[in-house]
Ligand binder design. Structure first.
Ligand SMILES: Nc1ncnc2c1ncn2[C@@H]1O[C@H](COP(=O)(O)OP(=O)(O)OP(=O)(O)O)[C@@H](O)[C@H]1O
Length: 356
């Protein structure tokens, strides 16, 4: 990894331009949300990140939520006929509006510190590739969940701000945000997105690849959570200095009984290689589309990786070898987007040009 690039700090809270405080501000809890396919994070003004939970809701027979986030995740794939778990986002966008609203409400309720407060301003980040109709839907959901003023920001822009880049600078930065449902690749300069590509493929797809691999090659049926665990523990994009292995549990497809099986990092790499290559190819294609002056900046500064997918072992190495560019993994990649969205909430005027 190159160390040629040192990001500037995210604008501090005491900035001159910071949103002015009003007399009745104590009545409001303004929030920023990273509404992700895998995880939802909430940042509250002046407080920082106050919630980080899986994007999942458990509903009863009457479609009323009985649990949200962590509690619902514990029930996932273990429910009976009176309870079902729903993940309302797919591929980075809201797939089930009603449940998404219930989830946002449930999560806001969890972070409400003052019983009397309401949400006035809400900044929500969205994948850069979504349609106008999908944008409208996110805005509506946020309004139905109680927000009076809703601002949307593109995810790669929020990620760039979150990792401390000065997005107003006349300098090109390439951000690759690998989430649960989407991979967002963007070149940012002068507060705008010069080039963006949103691939509807992320960490969830890698989990599906692992499930299929076990079914096909080992006649073993494993669940989504097990696949996720395998990916995070021993998954890798390129060979490891020391290959890893672990024991996993599933159901034998031949005789239907529970079985354990040894799995190696080499197996997992093979299982996810096609999807990983799709992500790397999308990065190469984006580099080809980048205007030359900005390409020169990227050559100096390298590619910034964020999102949970950035933590896949040796993914940075594979991208570095393929592109011949320095690659940096953001500090705490899972929270970069919400930190950026939060920075916008703290200083809406300064970031006016990046929100809509
Ligand atoms: N150590 C790890 N190795 C590989 N993948 C990981 C690791 N930790 C988390 N992930 C993956 O990161 C993904 C979640 O990342 P993130 O929270 O950034 O996505 P999201 O914002 O919810 O999704 P999206 O941006 O697509 O809506 C999941 O698919 C998860 O499996």
């Amino acid at each position: 990894m190159s160390d040629t690039y040192t990001p500037t700090k995210t604008k501090s809270k005491d900035s001159k331009n910071q949103t002015k405080k009003g007399l009745f501000d104590f009545l409001y809890t303004d929030i920023a949300i990273d509404l992700g396919t895998a995880n939802t994070l909430i940042y509250a003004r002046d407080q920082g990140i106050v919630l980080n939970e899986p994007s999942i809701v458990a509903l009863n027979n009457q479609n009323e939520p009985v649990a949200t986030g962590h509690e619902a995740r514990l029930m996932h794939e273990k429910t009976h006929r009176n309870i079902r778990t729903v993940r309302p986002l797919r591929d980075g966008v809201i797939a089930d509006f009603e449940v998404a609203e219930q989830m946002i409400r449930g999560m806001i309720k969890k972070v409400k510190m003052k019983w009397y407060s309401t949400t006035r301003q809400m900044v929500v980040c969205v994948p850069s590739g979504i349609t106008e109709v999908e944008r409208r839907a996110v805005r509506d959901s946020a309004e139905h969940a109680g927000a009076k003023e809703v601002y949307l920001v593109d995810e790669p822009m929020a990620a760039a701000i979150g990792i401390g880049l000065d997005v107003h600078e006349p300098v090109g930065n390439m951000i690759v945000d690998i989430g649960g449902g989407t991979t967002e690749i963007a070149v940012i300069a002068l507060s705008g997105i010069v080039y963006a590509q949103s691939v509807r493929l992320g960490g969830d797809e890698l989990n599906d690849d692992i499930i299929s691999y076990f079914r096909r090659n080992h006649n073993l049926l494993i669940g989504e959570r097990t696949a996720e665990n395998i990916k995070c523990e021993i998954g890798s994009a390129a060979p490891l200095d020391e290959e890893l292995e672990m024991i996993t549990k599933g159901r034998d497809l031949v005789n239907g009984v529970p079985r354990t099986r040894q799995v190696t990092s080499k197996d997992v790499r093979e299982a996810i290689s096609e999807s990983v290559n799709t992500i790397v190819e999308a990065i190469t294609k984006s580099l080809e589309q980048t205007p030359p002056e900005l390409s020169a900046d990227i050559l100096d500064r390298g590619i910034m990786l964020t999102g949970g997918g950035a933590m896949l072992k040796n993914l940075d190495k594979l991208i570095m070898e393929t592109t011949d560019l320095p690659v940096h993994i953001a500090e705490d990649p899972l929270t970069a987007v919400v930190r950026g969205t939060g920075a916008i909430l703290e200083d809406i005027d300064y970031y006016r040009t990046v929100i809509s």
